[in-house]
Write a protein that binds this ligand. Structure first.
Ligand SMILES: C[S@@+](CC[C@H](N)C(=O)[O-])C[C@H]1O[C@@H](n2cnc3c(N)ncnc32)[C@H](O)[C@@H]1O
Length: 227
C-alpha cells in the first residue's frame, strides 16, 4: 500500500480511507501531539457564525463538523468513505451525514453560508474542480476554511522530515489497518504549497483569500469568501 507518487485514483483513496477508519482518530492525535482539534476549532472560528448552514466536505470521522455544530451551526458532513462516515455518525447523530463526492456535490447552488475542509483537499483527484464545487454551493459572501498539511520552511523542517517521512509511516506499519500512512508523506510532497493553493482559490471564485501557518508551519489554514 505504498504509493510513492502520492497519487491515487478516487476509488483507491476511498478504499484507503475505509481501511484506515478504525485508527484514523488515534493517528491524528499522535501525529499532531493533540494539536489537531485546536486547529479544527480555529478553522471553525475563522469562517463559521452561529446559525450558519455549513458544509464540512471530506468530513471523514467528523471532528470538524462536530466542532462547527458546537459553534452553533447547522451542519452537513459529506464524505465518500462509508466507514469514515460510520464513525462520524456515532459522534453526533444529529448532524446530517451524507455519502458523496466533493467533485460532484449533491447540493443546490448557493445553499450554504460556509464550508470547511479539513485535511481533505490534498486527496482529491481534481483540486480546481473541488474548489469550484465549494464555490458553487456557497452563497455569494459565504466563507470557506481549508485546513491542510504543508511543509515547514524554517528550522522545524528537519524534525518534520524525520517525523513525517520516517516515524509516521513506521507507526502506520505497526497499527492495524494503518499501512496507508506510508501514502501520507508522498501526498503532502506533491500537494501545492500555501501560496499556490491561495492562488488557485483566487482563480476559482474566491476573494479575500488568505492563509496562516499553524503548528510551526506544518499546517496551513486558508480562508476565502465566495465572490
Ligand atoms: C484525511 S481525511 C480528513 C477527515 C476530516 N476532515 C478531518 O478533519 O480529520 C480525508 C477525507 O477525505 C475524504 N475524501 C477524499 N476525497 C474525497 C472526495 N472526492 N469526496 C468526498 N470525500 C473525499 C476521504 O474519504 C477522507 O475521509
Amino acid at each position: 500500500m505504498t504509493h510513492e507518487s502520492g497519487t491515487l485514483p478516487a476509488e483507491g483513496v476511498r478504499s484507503m480511507f475505509d481501511r484506515i477508519a478504525p485508527v484514523y482518530d488515534l493517528m491524528n492525535r499522535v501525529m499532531t501531539v493533540g494539536l489537531d482539534q485546536r486547529w479544527r476549532r480555529l478553522t471553525v472560528r475563522s469562517v463559521v457564525a452561529p446559525g450558519d448552514r455549513v458544509l464540512d466536505a471530506c468530513c471523514g470521522t467528523g471532528d470538524l463538523a462536530v466542532a462547527a455544530r458546537k459553534a452553533g451551526a447547522n451542519v452537513v458532513g459529506l464524505d465518500f468513505s462509508g466507514r469514515m462516515l460510520e464513525r462520524a455518525r456515532s459522534k453526533d447523530p444529529e448532524i446530517e451525514w451524507i455519502q458523496g463526492d466533493l467533485l460532484e456535490l449533491p447540493f443546490e447552488d448557493a445553499s450554504f453560508d460556509a464550508a470547511t475542509v479539513g485535511f481533505g483537499v490534498r486527496n482529491v483527484a481534481d483540486l480546481e474542480q473541488g474548489l469550484a464545487e465549494l464555490r458553487r454551493v456557497l452563497r455569494p459572501g459565504g466563507r470557506v476554511g481549508i485546513l491542510e498539511i504543508t511543509r515547514p520552511r524554517g528550522p522545524l523542517r528537519h524534525f518534520y522530515r524525520l517525523w513525517f517521512e520516517v516515524l509516521i509511516p513506521l507507526a502506520g506499519k505497526i497499527l492495524p489497518g494503518g499501512k496507508a500512512y506510508t501514502y501520507l508523506p508522498a501526498s503532502v510532497r506533491r500537494f501545492p504549497g500555501p501560496e499556490e493553493l491561495a492562488a488557485l482559490m483566487a482563480s476559482n471564485g474566491f476573494g479575500e483569500v488568505g492563509f496562516r501557518r499553524l503548528g510551526g508551519g506544518i499546517v496551513a489554514l486558508h480562508t476565502g469568501t465566495a465572490r
